[in-house]
Design a binder for this molecule. Structure first.
Ligand code: FES
Length: 164
């Protein structure tokens, strides 16, 4: 059982950002965009983005470039919903809630979070739980019944366009 005192860098929720907070790239390397400091455990939202809330972007354009390669990921806030976008294959981008079902921490704020291309799993870097593409937990402290919330997303690999 995880206690509050066990949470690394537990801090007060920060104000919502309209947009990006953190992004990762190949092999799990990650970069923190300006303005993330102090928001490691931002208040999580597990509800899907509001109806009509959409995000359209090109993976060739900053700040979405990490999604141009398999294994890259980007964190975004869409109308108050904390979303994690992960490039899992040449023709696939998945969208999850950033709230890990283990301890409801923001997965994008954990330095060790990554998409493990070889295993085909998303790794929550806080306590190293692993999740399959359907969001189900397959390893780590997250309960096997724990599941990442998934959001509908389309990816046009030829054009590099993502619509959420
Ligand atoms: S918060 Fe513990 S594994 Fe994700």
């Amino acid at each position: 059982m995880l206690n509050d005192s066990d949470h690394p860098r537990h801090s007060a929720p920060c104000h919502r950002r309209q947009f990006l907070t953190r992004m990762g790239a190949l092999a799990g390397a990650a970069a923190i965009l300006p303005g993330l400091g102090g928001c490691e455990t931002a208040e999580m939202h597990t509800a899907p983005p509001k109806k009509g809330a959409t995000l359209n972007f090109d993976v060739a354009v900053d700040p979405f470039k990490p999604l141009a390669a398999v294994g890259g990921f980007v964190a975004a806030d869409i109308e108050g919903t904390a979303v994690l976008l992960v490039r899992t294959a040449a023709k696939e981008v998945l969208a999850f809630s950033r709230a890990c079902p283990h301890a409801f921490l923001d997965m994008a704020a954990a330095p060790a979070s990554k998409y493990d291309v070889a295993k085909g799993v998303w790794v929550c870097g806080w306590h190293i739980s692993e999740f399959k593409a359907d969001g189900s937990a397959v390893a780590g402290p997250a309960s096997p019944s724990g599941k990442l919330d998934k959001f509908a997303v389309t990816f046009d690999g030829a054009k590099g366009k993502v619509t959420l």
